[in-house]
Write a protein that binds this ligand. Structure first.
Ligand code: ZN
Length: 243
């Protein structure tokens, strides 16, 4: 396994970009292709894309079995993701697949299912300045990110963000309007690692930003399955450890 590549599936609902408008102008190939383009130069990764309108909503049993880390961008079509799709993804996370939930994916069925909370937040879209502050220097997800970085125009997300207490808060954002937000948070569920990463509103070219791409790439490395992870079924141990 040492030399095996990390198999990444970049999932996108791919609805905004199919209609005329800002998202289609910025992401003519779809948001997923911009995210994938930020990952493909990394020789340690093997990257594919999947979208909601693909067979099995892009995440068949086979695709999931061949995925080490799944990234998830959704917004306008959360309700179209079938419950059986959510169940498949959730099962794979518990088995050890990493999951990176991006921006408006905070309201996706899969994120809410894994968190168990409403995942609601405050938002305002006037294109304001966002400063990302690194709260965990030295963490794998913050590699090559120096202290902070600034995005000139983004949608604002503000606290309170209704999530379970993160195991790690890697980034906090402050916005021009004064709100703050936990912009990079981690959890574990079963054997799977989960990272929520805030940036990526569809009307700004966020996924072409090298710093955003660096964080997503880092997160893929962090979220990849590890050997000796927790199992989902330990069985009846009536013989005991001493046998
Ligand atoms: Zn948004």
């Amino acid at each position: 396994m040492a030399d095996a590549k990390i198999r990444v599936t970049v999932w996108n609902e791919f609805r905004h970009e199919k209609k005329a408008g800002k998202p289609a102008e910025i992401y003519p190939q779809g948001i997923h292709e911009a995210i994938a383009a930020g990952l493909r130069p990394d020789a340690a990764l093997s990257v594919r894309t999947a979208t909601l309108d693909d067979p099995d909503q892009g995440v068949s049993e086979k695709t999931l079995a061949e995925t080490d880390v799944l990234t998830w961008w959704g917004h306008t079509a959360h309700k179209d993701v079938k419950d059986e799709t959510v169940a498949r993804v959730q099962k794979r996370v518990l088995e050890g697949m990493g999951l990176i939930v991006l921006h408006s994916g905070h309201y996706s069925k899969i994120f809410k299912a894994l968190m168990g909370t409403s995942c609601s937040l405050k938002w305002r879209d006037i294109g304001e300045r966002e400063i990302f502050w690194v709260c965990k220097p030295g963490h794998r997800i913050a590699k090559d990110i120096d202290d902070h970085f600034v995005i000139e125009k983004e949608e604002m997300y503000g606290e309170h963000f209704d999530i379970p207490e993160p195991e790690e808060t890697i980034f906090i954002s402050s916005f021009a309007g004064g709100e703050v937000f936990r912009s990079g948070c981690t959890w574990k569920r079963g054997a799977g690692k989960i990272f929520y990463f805030r940036p990526g509103h569809e009307t700004y070219p966020i996924y072409f930003d090298e710093r955003v791409r660096t964080v997503i790439r880092n997160a893929v490395h962090w979220a990849a399955p590890v050997a000796n992870a927790p199992k989902q079924d330990y069985g009846n141990r009536k013989d005991g450890w001493w046998k």
